[in-house]
Write a protein that binds this ligand. Structure first.
Ligand SMILES: O=c1[nH]c(=O)c2[nH]c(=O)[nH]c2[nH]1
Length: 292
């Protein structure tokens, strides 16, 4: 029996980067959380502590900030590709890089040039993987919270000895969407693609009469793939944010689908991938990302 080193990567996680760009007195802020991870010929440091091939995580952090100064950050996908290709291209032992970026939203305060109010908790995300000269881009959205107050039913499920859930033809449907989509290629119009995919998902959530959150999840992914040829696959993770009707009968009151208890846990967790059957190979696109 021999003990060997398995897959490994290392980097600086969650670098908080804020940039201000100025167009006269009108400022724009970009607020990012950037994580870098490098892979390659890294056995020595693990086995003997020889760090000759280890580009320090501190240097990786500095590179993020220096790159933000040296050229406009631009779209998060482009910034991640630049960083990943730089690490792989400039350090001989480093053969792969994984760059994760979350973009946090700031909204301009009405009519004001340089004051902002933090937006919702929703994040635009990207995960770029570079391996040698190849690269893969998976972008997405996290914590996109949506609710519809009708247009959702749930019935027809098996009733076993432990089933107490009542069937319903009118319930609240609410979820916090984590979506990731895998791009074909590395040169889409990232901003436009993101805006359109987000809007397709919202419209489908709203328009689709839902018989299950699973059906809604599939419809959202399907609509994205039907409309956006640059996307090969969509993965969705959607917690069912249950809203339970409160029993008001003790007070002689009838609850006509008006008063709910918003439970925060436990929650149903509905997850799935929707993809083209002729999609190009995923390669390393999803490697080290959660399955959904
Ligand atoms: O849309 C739903 N899917 C389920 O699988 C499920 N299970 C459950 O208890 N409620 C719901 N709702």
């Amino acid at each position: 029996m021999a003990i060997v080193l398995g897959p490994n990567q290392y980097g600086k996680a969650e670098n908080r980067l804020v940039t201000v760009s100025r167009n006269g007195s009108v400022h724009t802020v970009k607020d990012l959380t950037v994580s870098t991870s490098l892979r390659g010929d890294l056995a020595d440091t693990h086995l003997t502590g020889d760090n000759a091939k280890v580009l320090a995580t501190d240097t990786q952090k500095n590179t993020v900030y220096a790159f933000a100064k040296q050229a406009p950050v631009g779209e998060i996908e482009d910034f991640a590709l630049r960083l990943g290709r730089h690490f792989v291209g400039s350090q001989e032992p480093i053969t792969g890089a994984r760059i994760l970026i979350d973009e946090h939203s700031w909204d301009r305060i009405d009519g004001h040039d340089h004051s902002f109010v933090q937006g919702s908790n929703e994040k635009r995300t990207t995960a770029v993987t570079v391996d040698g000269s190849q690269a893969w881009v998976v972008s997405g959205v996290r914590d996109m919270v949506v609710l519809k107050s009708t247009g959702s039913e749930f019935h027809g499920y098996p009733k076993d000895p432990y089933t107490t859930l009542k069937e319903t033809d009118d319930r609240i449907l609410a979820t916090s969407v984590t979506a990731r989509w895998r791009y074909i290629g590395t040169d889409a119009d990232w901003a436009k693609s993101f805006a359109e995919i987000r809007s397709i998902m919202l419209k489908t959530f709203a328009d689709k009469h839902s018989l299950s959150l699973q059906q809604t999840l599939y419809a959202m992914g399907e609509a994205v793939l039907n409309a956006r040829s640059e996307v090969a696959e969509v993965r969705l993770s959607m917690p069912n944010k249950h809203h339970f009707l409160v029993d008001l009968s003790a007070f002689g009151l009838e609850n006509d689908n008006e008063v709910f208890y918003a439970a925060d846990r436990p929650y149903g967790l509905i997850e799935g991938s929707i993809l083209r059957d002729d999609a190009p190979e995923a390669g390393l696109a999803w490697s080290t990302l959660p399955a959904f």
